[in-house]
Design a binder for this molecule. Sequence first.
Ligand code: SAH
Length: 531
Amino acid sequence: MKNEGDLGPRALKATGTVYLVGAGPGDPGLLTLRGAELLGRADVVVYDYLAAQELLDLAPIGARRIYVGKSGSNHTLKQDEINELLVTEALAGNAVVRLKGGDPYVFGRGAEEALRLAEAGVAFEVVPGISSTIAAAGAAGIPLTHRDMASQIGILTGHEKPGKTNSALDYGALARLGTLSVVMGAENLPNILERLISAGKDPSTPAALVEWGATPRQRVVASTVSRLADEAKAAGLSAPALLVVGEVVGLRDKLNWFEKRPLFGKRILVTRTREQAGRLSGALRELGAEVLERPAIEIGPIEPNPPLAAALANLSDYGYLALTSPNGASLFLKALFASGLDSRALYGLKIVAIGPGTAEVLAGRGLKVDCLPKSFVAEGLVELFAELPRARVLLARAKEARDVLVLGLRNLGFELELVPLYETLIADWSGFENLSFIGYDSASAEEKKRSVSPNPIDLATLTSASVAEGLARHVPEGERPGVAVVSIGPITTKAARALGFNVVAEAKRATIEDLAAAAVACLADRPKPAL
Ligand code: SAH
């Protein structure tokens, strides 16, 4: 690797290392800190179908991402080939993260991979993950143990052929255990449950099948050992799914917090720029939504920028600094630093921001905003300035912004220096799969089955008129009326409607919190995906 001169124990890394990292059950938030750190400096990530897309995004942009497998028997690479791939990549000097669903050593053939690495003399490290055998049950509202119900857990694979006589599973012993947590049991469900009954399990024992547990696509059928197979089949549940058998399954009625969150089962498109998407996505995920981040626009800083350089060289000429977007705020401060100055150069200037998002960027750099308008739009800023003493205003913002602010301030008698900071560019979506905007309710069974796929989308969020224009570039005109949109405010709504989108809700105020609340209000009443 890069540190060839490094002697001592770390010298091993000179021949590369494989990290067998547990990805957790599907929610990217359930990765360990160690896993995140290793992904963050991986040269190669080898992953299969249970690894969440968001986890791949943690790897450096230049890292190679190698997909090696699908569900069940449908493997892209055979296990031997995966083993050899790990050895080869490590011996080539790479830091290889082998990202495996759940815990690397709970089924899923992690042991075989580690044994091959040991045999080949390749350095490896095992980073445990949260196993779906525990977490998928928990997310379905099923604690695997309870003092009065279950003091033992059996964790097993149900992937045994029907009619197999030399089963490795001792059903007599399993039937007596408090709780069973069974991976790879979906296809073989009737057989597993029948064998448990034949071995003495009470047919009325509660049992559940949890599909895509602990992910926004989780679906659960809870029933009894005798009836679960038919009911799960009728609901169309399939792999990946966890079978849970035992009295504890009955606790789901009381403990199912996960599916009760207001946006659970909804797929929402976040179109903000990559730098800004995080907070909105986080708020929506917190409410249970499956979030697809796809920036509709990109920010193209204007470089070189002589008007900005001139303004920065003469900051003491101004009475106000007005910033009208979070992007503008961070680009302005970046340019300030790059010019050799720092926030001390803003001494004496009153800082006016358009809204809390912009204020937050400034606060992150130790700068307090002096005034915020009542409504977080250009018109609101004009109203605010009407109350302020006249002085020169440095207005730094996007190149193609509306005239409202400039005209308004000039009418009020403010002397204005307008400095364009960035252009908004249409983001390139060529690397992404196509989006589908058919609501979940009308999606075909085939579409619903497609992994933790982003499609189809229930709602798109729009946070500015330029984002609406950006999205329009990616959605043919004829399809736009079918795209349900929640907008951050009246200007965005107007732009989105003019472009043909179906604006179904608008945030009360232009904040992320209100946007998320508007999404909840318009989606919460719609039926959850039917089982
Ligand atoms: N190492 C993994 C298990 C790998 S075997 C772990 O510790 O979780 C793959 C099987 O795990 C799937 O067929 C399914 O039975 C189960 N599984 C993995 N993720 C799951 C999820 N999110 N929900 C339900 N079952 C899951």
